[in-house]
Design a protein around this ligand. Structure first.
Ligand code: NAD
Ligand code: TYD
Length: 334
């Protein structure tokens, strides 16, 4: 594999994947295609060698633009998505344009160009919530919010494309991902940056016992890479962190790391349709040789330290559009 198109490569996980490719495979060239929505940020890839990393601003919902960027690439790895559940509850039009139509466009362009690999990065949220045990790739989809429904729709379109046209589609379903460069709307960077600023953290009521399985961002990148290089077209691979924690446990850990006490927790009205627990079994990907490397305690400590040491990165994000969003999302959430 010589030239890889990474879509959404200016976002959180996409940029980690770009950096992973460049440091792991000296022969690889990366074309990074990203719309630069509020979540896209060229600061995330500013250390990448311009001789091996080319940035193209564009929208995967624009068929001609994505096809032009894919020409000459051996593989496309799609991270581009609207990704935040709470925003999808406020309105999901953009989610459907990117996560469904955008994915269709990538499949169509791959068919036209004969692209050798189409890896679509998806989420464990397409399975929905599970009280006990873990979902395997054989479990049916059961998305329960607009974000996860749009991701599930994109998956179905792509898997049908594989069946109908033989498009070499591989899908990964990752669990909740954390680490440096995550946009501070998601729980971990939101809570850490609030605590650094001496502000309370809005823990969703009922969220006390909700469980997420935490996956270190570079482990997610290596999982996607394993599926890309060793996976079989038409197959789905779960990428699980193996670190299930209740939100209240995560919150207390972050309070401790940021030197704050429990008075910094503000219990707020729950998210509508809040999925109780996500849990997936990653045996299939482990069978291809993948193992996550980062212990949870160390990963969370490194994440808190990164936000403490890199205020230059997030202070300019937590202004303007972000503050407007924060007010809309949390002001009336008593
Ligand atoms: P992110 O929100 O940080 O970044 C998304 C990126 O996609 C941004 O750079 C944005 O500009 C770009 N983008 C959005 N719409 C686009 C479009 N129409 N055309 C081109 N670029 C566009 O997201 P993330 O957390 O890095 O997630 C990356 C992928 O991983 C997504 O597909 C998401 O569904 C999946 N995923 C995320 C998690 C998680 O915990 N964050 C877990 C499992 C799977
Ligand atoms: P989030 O980071 O939005 O990821 P996802 O919804 O995709 O799992 O949320 C993770 C968990 O944290 C989820 O159970 C909801 C909870 N949460 C809060 O309690 N408060 C918040 O402000 C946010 C953003 C999330």
């Amino acid at each position: 594999m010589k030239k890889i198109l990474v879509t959404g490569g200016a976002g959180f996980i996409g940029s980690a994947f770009v950096r992973y490719q460049l440091r792991t495979y000296p022969e690889v060239q990366v074309v990074n295609f990203d719309k630069l929505t509020y979540a896209g940020n060229l600061d995330n890839v500013k250390e990448c060698d311009p001789a091996r990393h080319t940035f193209v601003q564009g929208d995967i919902a624009d068929r001609a633009a994505i096809q032009a960027a894919m020409a000459g690439c051996d593989a496309v790895v799609n991270f581009a998505a609207d990704t935040h559940v709470d925003r999808s509850i406020m309105g999901a039009t953009d989610f459907i344009a990117t996560n469904c139509t955008g994915v269709y466009n990538i499949c169509e362009a791959a068919r036209e160009l004969g692209t050798a690999r189409v890896l679509l990065v998806s989420t464990d949220e397409v399975y929905g919530s599970i009280r006990e045990g873990s979902f395997t790739e054989q479990s049916p989809q059961g998305p329960r919010n607009p974000y996860s429904a749009s991701k599930a729709g994109g998956e179905l379109i792509a898997l049908a494309h594989h069946e109908t046209f033989g498009t070499p589609v591989i899908i990964t379903r990752g669990s909740n991902t954390y680490g440096p460069y995550q946009y501070p709307e998601k729980v971990m960077p939101l809570f850490i940056t609030n605590l650094i600023d001496g502000e309370q953290v809005p823990l969703y009521q009922g969220g006390e016992h909700n469980v997420r399985d935490w996956l270190w961002v570079d482990d997610h990148a290596s999982g996607v890479d394993t599926a890309l290089r060793q996976g079989t077209p038409g197959q789905v691979y779960n990428v699980a962190g193996g670190n299930e924690r209740e939100n209240i446990v995560l919150t207390h850990k972050l309070l401790e790391l940021c030197g704050r006490d429990a008075s910094f927790i503000r219990l707020v009205k729950d998210r509508p349709g809040h999925d109780f627990r996500y849990s997936i079994d990653a045996s299939k990907l482990r069978g291809l040789g993948w193992t996550p490397q980062m212990p949870w305690d160390e990963g969370v400590a490194q994440t808190a330290a990164w936000y403490r040491d890199n205020e230059w990165w997030w202070r300019k994000i937590k202004t303007g559009e972000f503050l407007e969003y924060y007010r809309k999302q949390y002001a009336d959430r008593k």
